[in-house]
Design a protein around this ligand. Structure first.
Ligand code: DGI
Ligand code: FE
Ligand code: FE
Ligand code: FE
Length: 190
C-alpha cells in the first residue's frame, strides 16, 4: 500500500473541504478505536480516510458504476446515503487501487452497519469513528463516546438504534439492511 499522504491528496481532490476534513477526523478517531480494540492501525487510518470518497459523486455516476461492477440492479432505487458506501467501495477499488477486501467491506458497511457475525472489528471501528469523530455534535454524542470506549459492540447497537429512530422520526425510507443489522444486534445483546 502507498503512504497515507498519497491517498490524502486523491481524497481531497474529490471532496469539498468540509467533507475532506470529516474524513481526516474519522481517520484519527478510527486510529484511537483501533488501538483500543486490537485492530491494525494503518488499515483503520486508511479505511477512515477513504470511507466517504464517493460521497459527492452524481447519481448518474453511481448508476453507471452499479452496472459496470455488476451490483444488483435493485440498488438503483436507493440514493446517495446508501450508494456512497455500497457502491462507493467500487470507486475506491477502481480509482484509488485499494484492493484490501477488509477495507472495502468496512466502506460498504459504514452507513448501514451489518449483523453481529458479519461485522469485523475493523468494520465496527469505522462505523463508530464516522459517528463519533471529534467534529460530531448531536445530543448524546458524549454518552455514545464513553459507551463505545467501554464496549465497541454496545456502541454499534447504540448508533443503530438512534439512527433508526432518527430516520423514522423524519419519516424517511429505511434500507432493509439497516433494520436487519439492528435486529441482529438486539437479539445478540439482549
Ligand atoms: O456520510 P456521513 O454523513 O459521514 O455518514 P453516513 O454514511 O453514516 O450517513 C449518515 C446518514 O445516512 C444519516 O443521515 C443517516 C443516513 N442513513 C443511515 N441508514 C439509512 C440512512 N438513510 C436512509 N435513507 N436509509 C437508511 O437505511
Ligand atoms: Fe458516509
Ligand atoms: Fe455512519
Ligand atoms: Fe462519513
Amino acid at each position: 500500500e502507498q503512504a497515507l499522504a498519497v491517498y490524502k491528496e486523491k481524497v481531497a481532490a474529490h471532496l469539498s473541504k468540509h467533507r475532506y476534513e470529516h474524513c481526516l477526523r474519522v481517520s484519527d478517531y478510527a486510529v484511537k478505536l483501533a488501538k483500543q480494540n486490537g485492530v491494525d492501525v494503518k488499515e483503520a487510518a486508511l479505511a477512515g480516510l477513504v470511507h466517504d470518497y464517493a460521497k459527492e459523486r452524481s447519481a448518474a455516476d453511481f448508476l453507471e458504476k452499479i452496472d459496470q461492477a455488476k451490483l444488483p440492479a435493485s440498488l438503483k432505487k436507493w440514493g446517495n446515503p446508501i450508494w456512497h458506501g455500497v457502491v462507493g467501495a467500487e470507486f475506491v477499488k477502481d480509482e484509488l487501487g485499494i484492493k484490501d477486501p477488509a477495507i472495502l467491506q468496512a466502506i460498504r458497511l459504514h452507513t448501514t452497519g451489518g449483523g453481529h457475525e458479519e461485522m469485523t472489528t475493523l468494520d465496527k471501528v469505522i462505523f463508530m469513528a464516522d459517528y463519533l469523530e471529534t467534529g460530531r455534535d448531536f445530543p448524546g454524542v458524549e454518552e455514545a463516546r464513553s459507551l463505545t470506549d467501554q464496549s465497541l459492540g454496545q456502541g454499534v447497537f447504540y448508533q443503530l438504534a438512534h439512527t433508526l429512530s432518527y430516520l423514522a422520526s423524519k419519516e424517511q425510507v429505511i434500507y432493509p439492511k439497516t433494520f436487519d443489522a439492528y435486529n441482529d444486534w438486539a437479539a445478540y445483546l439482549q
